[in-house]
Design a protein around this ligand. Structure first.
Ligand SMILES: NC(=O)c1ccc[n+]([C@@H]2O[C@H](COP(=O)([O-])OP(=O)(O)OC[C@H]3O[C@@H](n4cnc5c(N)ncnc54)[C@H](O)[C@@H]3O)[C@@H](O)[C@H]2O)c1
Length: 308
């Protein structure tokens, strides 16, 4: 298996760490405009190999140019201009669109059959632009979407009820950003709607506003204190990769190109999708309430306006 990573900043490094530790990839090629730093990162990773914690060893190398990202099975796109203003991810939009044009055309040329996983923000728009400029089939281009927002929500709900987060099935949908929303009608704990579960466990109802605020604020708090987020997004990206590589048919809110689902057409937005060996196997159209559909459309309009 050959893997290409484009952009080895904070997110790219974490993605590389997961792949290095857990995947059975034979070759990982990394392209970043800062080649010297990329080489030093790889040397640093390689120093851990002789300690023997890894069952296998992936050969890692720096790409001289895009032609080294040739015949990859997977390409991870984390390249970005410096994210100075994360309070509005749309500020990155115009500059990162240019990057997606360059990278999309290069990946289509050298690895046209790859599965592409994108984190660059604003991730819904960047996934759209990548599909547009690469011309690659949209089901093989996945944005990290609302996966990170969703795990934050699950953590909030698990803390509220003091139960394992693995018992929580709830999602954040829509734009990965300020207009995302929680479809509470499908939020469950161990098979019960969250409000039903409150009664069963004898715990107060979840304050829905507060939960949404937690989801939005957590990323900002991390970013404002550390200057970047990497662990949660690295794990999220690896989860997408595993779902494809192991053909898990796992349902996740990735950034997917919609074709009329939820009444949204020709737009990439966080949507519940079955992820398996072909990438996005199917976008699922859940029976949301009228109010939730309204929130979905507001979020879609927000992305559309930003891309104008
Ligand atoms: N989707 C999510 O949930 C999520 C979470 C965290 C970060 N992000 C986004 O991921 C992106 C990366 O974040 P980061 O913290 O790693 O940023 P970073 O600034 O640390 O890294 C960006 C990297 O891209 C490289 N780069 C710039 N132009 C390039 C080009 N033309 N070709 C190859 N590489 C190029 C830079 O040299 C740098 O190493 C940002 O857009 C950020 O907002 C998304």
């Amino acid at each position: 298996m050959k893997i290409g990573i484009i952009g080895l900043g904070m997110v790219g490094k974490e993605v590389l760490l997961y792949l290095f530790q857990f995947s059975a990839s034979q070759e990982i090629v990394v392209y970043d405009i800062n080649k010297a730093r990329t080489q030093a990162e790889i040397w640093d990773f390689e120093d851990s190999v002789p300690l023997g914690h890894f069952n296998h060893y992936s050969h890692m190398r720096v790409a001289e140019d895009y032609s080294d990202i040739k015949d990859c099975d997977y390409v991870f796109v984390n390249a970005s201009i410096p994210a100075k203003n994360l309070t509005d991810r749309r500020a990155l939009l115009a500059e990162n669109e240019k990057l997606m044009r360059e990278i999309g055309q290069a990946v289509a040329k050298y690895s046209p059959n790859a599965i592409v996983i994108i984190t660059s923000n604003p991730v819904d728009a960047m996934t759209y632009y990548f599909i547009k400029y690469s011309g690659m089939p949209h089901h093989r281009v996945l944005g990290s979407g609302d996966i990170l927002d969703t795990v934050r929500l699950r953590r909030y709900i698990s803390m509220h009820f003091d139960v394992s987060a693995t018992n929580v099935t709830s999602f954040v949908l829509g734009e990965h950003g300020n207009s995302s929303f929680v479809p509470w009608s499908i939020a469950q704990v161990a098979g019960l709607h969250v409000d039903e579960f409150s009664k069963v466990k004898g715990v107060p109802l979840i304050n829905k506003e507060e939960a949404m605020q937690f989801v939005r604020q957590r990323g900002l708090d991390i970013y404002n204190t550390r200057g970047y987020t990497d662990h949660g997004i690295g794990a999220s990206v690896y989860t997408i990769f595993s779902a494809v590589a192991q053909n898990e048919s796992r349902i996740m809110p990735v950034s997917a190109l919609l074709h009329g689902e939820y009444g949204i057409d020709n737009l990439v937005i966080g949507a519940l999708s079955v992820v398996g060996k072909n990438g996005i196997e199917k976008v699922l159209e859940y029976p949301l309430t009228d109010e939730e559909l309204k929130l979905y459309h507001t979020s879609a309009n927000f992305i559309r306006e930003a891309m104008k």
